[in-house]
Design a protein around this ligand. Structure first.
Ligand code: SAM
Length: 298
């Protein structure tokens, strides 16, 4: 495996990390192999790497995976990646912003129309990403809401974000519901600030999300489901009865009755509900909000 320190690579090319692109390169020598092992990458696997940088993770992935598609937005780093990896037949470097690249296009898979969203898993692929913190949420949504979903995602994120993703009822947030609707997250390990160059202001953690084959709750519309969840978290310290009634513009008593009918006390707060309970709330409220305009989660 290539062992060049990212700092030396940058120096050789006369480049400096660009803060505006969230460039904190992995310099901890053991971290790339630990991330690849944590992602369960095997020789048959296709891996989509997001934000390849100067290739610290790319090199470790290329050693284990059948094929690596490495996406990087910075044209200077794309040149470096070509120099470093063009001789490796299982690595393809892609220049672009991941948010404007659809996974099915990257993987060159035609998406048949009119098929159910869940279970569209071909080809079997994994996502590995050490993401700029400011686009973590957007990139995760982009992948999780895409036409073809990976079997698992391993992302390096701010430690606090990792803890919010794996939260349990009592401490749930919109982020926790958004992640846990699609899969089972767990923290693999933490990384200290010094594992990166330049060192970020906060500690990081590597999270693995194993995607479900089928949704944990049957919802007719994922968009409408998240509309209800988002309404519930609009005022997270308030009672569900009030926050749902305000955000969905429904009478408080109607919401309270609907919640009571499914065994959820109207006085509970959004942070106490599991994903399954949110499914019940959505099903109970959807006849009341049918016809009103839905919004995507943002
Ligand atoms: N994977 C490398 C590593 O671990 O050393 C680099 C990680 S660095 C935190 C994030 C990388 O994502 C940077 O190289 C940055 O240029 C790239 N990046 C930022 N925004 C991106 C986007 N929208 N699409 C693709 N890559 C992006």
């Amino acid at each position: 495996m290539r062992t060049d320190d990212p700092r030396h690579i940058l120096q050789r090319y006369g480049l400096s990390p660009r803060r505006s692109l969230g460039q904190n390169f992995l310099v901890d020598v053991s971290a790339p192999a630990r991330i690849v092992a944590g992602a369960g990458v095997e020789s048959a696997d296709l891996v989509l790497e997001i934000g390849a940088g100067v290739g610290a993770l790319t090199a470790a992935l290329a050693e284990k995976a059948g094929r690596v598609l490495a996406v990087e937005t910075d044209p200077h780093l794309v040149d470096v990646l070509h120099d470093e990896f063009d001789s490796q037949s299982n690595v393809t470097i892609i220049h672009g912003d991941i948010l404007s690249l659809a996974p099915h296009e990257l993987l060159e898979v035609p998406v048949p129309q009119g098929q159910p969203l869940w279970g569209r898993r071909l080809p079997h692929y994994r996502v590995v990403a050490n993401l700029p913190y400011y686009i973590t949420g957007a990139v995760m949504r982009h992948i999780l809401e895409s036409e073809i979903r990976p079997v698992c995602m391993v992302v390096t994120v701010q430690k606090e974000v990792a803890l919010r993703m794996v939260a349990e009822p009592g401490d749930m947030s919109l982020l926790a519901v958004s992640v846990q609707f699609y899969g089972q997250p767990r923290i693999l390990f933490r990384l200290k600030r010094g594992a990166f160059f330049p060192a970020p202001a906060v500690e990081s953690a590597v999270v693995r999300l194993d995607l479900f084959d089928t949704p944990p709750v049957e919802v007719a519309s994922i968009t409408e489901f998240f509309r209800v969840v988002k309404a519930g978290f609009a005022q997270r310290r308030k009672q569900l009865r009030n926050t749902l009634a305000n955000a969905l513009r429904l009478p408080g008593d109607t919401v309270a009755d609907a919640l009571s009918n499914i065994g959820i006390a109207p006085t509970r707060r959004a942070e106490t509900l599991s994903v399954t309970e949110w499914g019940s709330v959505y099903i109970a409220l959807s006849p009341l909000i049918a016809g009103s305009e839905g919004r995507r989660l943002d």
